[in-house]
Design a protein around this ligand. Structure first.
Ligand SMILES: Cc1cc2nc3c(=O)[nH]c(=O)nc-3n(C[C@H](O)[C@H](O)[C@H](O)COP(=O)(O)OP(=O)(O)OC[C@H]3O[C@@H](n4cnc5c(N)ncnc54)[C@H](O)[C@@H]3O)c2cc1C
Length: 471
């Protein structure tokens, strides 16, 4: 195991870091000013200016990993323009981007575009790539991902009710989606929509994904959903009605009918690494600010930082950041080496760990900087705090379930035996009754399945525990 960063990792991380320090941080005040003035749902010019500079400098589209034999691509002819960083190489850049709220957009590396671009790259036809991927790659348009629905528990995506019905050469879409992030941006031109093409198919083969133009008749943005009272403009999270939205089947269908789940699996892995590494950047920013503040104040004869409670909190924060980063990098490395599917448990673990870790550190930092405008003094965007809170509380329970199930499965696989067969004889009273109810079989037949006969079984139950000579 080698914990040293490669030259390439350091090179790209430092380029991103340097650009953020030299160009993006000084523009934060302008960003705030432009964000606060005029319409909420608009293009913020300073971001556009910085994008042009980042693109010219070649620090652009860093998130797309190089082609691997493990990834099947529908179309092999389209060339994605980017340096082709591995997940591990990009992870360090994502951490740097997390330190300033809008930085990832400057490098054309922000969600949900990154995940959507990856979907188009892997599952899009050449025509879909020319139409949607090329302008997304150039930073000319933006996109949304429409999966969650208000009517059903969408953490289980098999519940999704949006209907996609075939009508001649078209699909007709009907449903309501919400929490469609990025749909508030006036540049949002395409949405990847998950719905059901076959309600009668197997549970995970009912869903499909379509690329739907946001200006298609029947797409109605009903409202924006605030996150803890903030609109997150100009990005926004929208509730959207799709009413008889008609798209050409050939233009819209991604990968094929019934393959929506397959796409969702591929889409979520890298995005989680990006999000978690950005979250580590947020935590680093909060810790830095907290330490500087604590060192600048004196209480009861020494700096506040020297009081043991703060020493403990600072130490805990550093330990938690380091542990979370190692876990994230391990997940990224596994994705590069053995693929997203094999890294599923690690990806699930970081998804749980990173926001919770950051929340604790931000909470301590707010405590350290006791001021009315705590989060702005922190230089951590309020949306970061909300995002960590939202991600830790409102996200799918799936990551937790995945971690727990993977852990449990290890022991089930290890024993390789029907556990009820083992459990039944341990209970003296009602052992037969239990055996019968466990399998619905006749007790004698049940006992014959044991590695010893019924007589021996009875003897064992009545015999005192065996004594073993002490060594
Ligand atoms: C800021 C933000 C941005 C978002 N952006 C997008 C986006 O761009 N596109 C998109 O499609 N969605 C988006 N979402 C939606 C998000 O993915 C969903 O909120 C999430 O999948 C949960 O679905 P749900 O809200 O329907 O909750 P439900 O499925 O109704 O779950 C409600 C609660 O029950 C818990 N729960 C569910 N099942 C279990 C279980 N088996 N065991 C224990 N607890 C369980 C959940 O954890 C949750 O706390 C966003 C959400 C937020 C907050």
């Amino acid at each position: 195991m080698d914990f040293d960063f490669t030259d390439r990792q350091v090179h790209w991380r430092d380029r991103v870091r340097e650009f953020i320090d030299r160009k993006i941080r000084p523009a934060v005040a302008t960003y705030k000013q432009q964000d606060a003035s005029g319409d909420r749902w608009k293009v913020i010019q300073v971001v556009e200016d910085l994008k042009a500079e980042a693109k010219a400098a070649g620090i652009w589209n860093l998130f797309m990993p190089p082609r691997s034999s493990a990834h099947h691509h529908v179309d092999e002819t389209f060339e994605f323009e980017g340096p082709g960083l591995t997940n591990l190489e990009y992870a360090l850049c994502a951490e740097e981007m997390g330190r300033v709220g809008f930085a990832s957009e400057v490098f054309n590396c922000s969600a949900p575009d990154t995940g959507n671009m990856e979907v188009f790259h892997r599952y899009g036809t050449r025509a879909q790539k020319d139409r949607w991927l090329a302008p997304l790659m150039n930073g000319e348009i933006r996109s949304a991902f429409l999966m969650t629905e208000p009517a059903v528990a969408s953490s289980d995506a098999t519940n999704i009710e949006t209907r996609i019905e075939r009508d001649g050469d078209d699909y007709v879409i009907n449903g309501v989606k919400w929490w469609s992030s990025g749909a508030g941006d006036p540049r949002c031109k395409v949405a990847i929509v998950m719905g059901k093409t076959d309600f009668g198919a197997k549970r995970h083969a009912q869903q499909s994904m379509l690329a739907v133009p946001m200006d298609a008749p029947g797409i109605n943005i009903l409202r924006h959903l605030p996150v803890f009272g903030y609109d997150d403009a100009p990005h926004g999270h929208m509730e959207i009605e799709l009413k008889d939205v008609r798209v050409k089947a050939e233009d819209a269908m991604l990968l094929g009918e019934g393959r929506g789940f397959e796409i969702a699996q591929g889409r979520l892995g890298p995005g989680r690494i990006h999000h978690c590494m950005r979250t580590i950047g947020v935590a680093e920013e909060a810790l830095e600010r907290m330490c500087k503040r604590l060192q600048s104040r004196v209480a009861f004869g020494k700096t506040v930082a020297e009081h043991s409670i703060w020493e403990q909190r600072i130490a805990r924060a550093r330990i938690d950041i380091e542990m979370t980063r190692l876990l994230c990098l391990k997940a990224a490395d596994m994705m590069d080496k053995v693929g997203n599917k094999s890294a599923a448990a690690e990806i699930a673990m970081i998804k749980v760990q990173a926001p919770n870790m950051a929340l604790q550190i931000i909470d301590d930092a707010i405590q350290a900087i006791v001021s009315r405008r705590a989060t702005s003094a922190l230089r951590v965007k309020p949306s970061h705090v909300r995002s960590c809170r939202a991600k830790s509380r409102h996200e799918r329970p799936q990551p937790v379930l995945d971690v727990a199930r993977t852990e449990r499965r290890r022991y089930i696989d290890q024993s390789r035996r029907p556990d009820r067969t083992r459990q039944a004889p341990r209970h003296r009273g009602g052992c037969r009754r239990q055996a019968r109810s466990a399998r619905g079989a006749h007790p004698h037949r049940r006992l014959r399945a044991l590695p010893f006969g019924p007589a021996l079984h009875r003897r064992r139950l009545s015999a005192p525990p065996a004594r073993h000579p002490r060594p």
